[in-house]
Design a protein around this ligand. Sequence first.
Ligand code: SF4
Length: 349
Amino acid sequence: MNDIPEGCKRCVRGEKLVLFISGKCSRNCYYCSLSKKRKEVDEIWANERQCSSPENAIEEAKESNAKGAGITGGDPLLCLDRTIEYARALKSAFKDFHIHIYLPTTLMNRENLERINPYVDEVRVHPSFLQAFSKEASETIMKEDIKKIEIASEIFKKENLGIEIPIIPEKKEEIIEFVKRVSCLISFINMNELELSETNFDIFTEKYSFNEDTHTVSGSVSVGTEIMKSLRKINPALKVHLCTDYLKSNYQFGNRLRKHNILPFGFQDKEGMANYFAVYCKNEEELKEAEGKLKLEKRTDFYIDIPKKRIILSEKLAEHLIKNKRYKITKVTEYPTFDKTEVESSPIN
Ligand code: SF4
């Protein structure tokens, strides 16, 4: 079996920080899967953490124990200075930090690619021809895409250059044709299952039917498998990866959660969710008062979580406080990620 690109390997293992560098894009693809909250909004997100400086992204990489990052958008070349600033900062903060970047072809030119080259390990080119609504237009745009990939191949090593595309079922032949024409310049292709989003909703609900999960497009994965088989015959050395929604939600995201740090005195379940025994306070004064009382008893097995105005307790301390009927204790299950979204919360006394 063919290998998959290094960026995909680390991503599936949950080791990649997703660095969303901006929602601003040089294109407006009809199939774009960005949410309304992200599309055309100039914000930076490292996983679930909004960033105002590269230090925030470094902090997120530490807390999620990332061994690399995937830079995405939007178009990272539209804010090239920012992209370089973040990539450079992450590279200097960590050893062997693998950065892959998603690049729409629109702004790919020699100057931009040479500038980004020192800071990225793997480039995933997103061609423009998939946006075309006729075969003739598609052929013209495809030629432009190929020229851009030729320039990229003079700057990046073949083993680090590939393409990334959504699997649009009716574009199967064009995708195979395109990959055939660039396969001497690249070493991998990553195909993403086509998904419904808020921003492609009208066009997708008119054009496609959906799988039982109600958001992935029927036929996208089966066409992806057919493309994969054809490409293996055309170029057996090409690494082909089919990135399904199932893989992303059940393996990649789950693995990322399991690797994420949690707060002291919590415990992580096998899904990677953080579980805590906690005393919730109404305000900071109440929090300080409760902290003072525990300190008077010379207890140290607790953690003050100021943003959530709560005291996280060791299991032993929780048992002790329950016996003494001192505080209302809640068992909470939440994502270990920066947003710490709660999924379950139940009072235990
Ligand atoms: S290039 Fe990517 S981010 Fe930009 S509009 Fe197209 S799919 Fe969306």
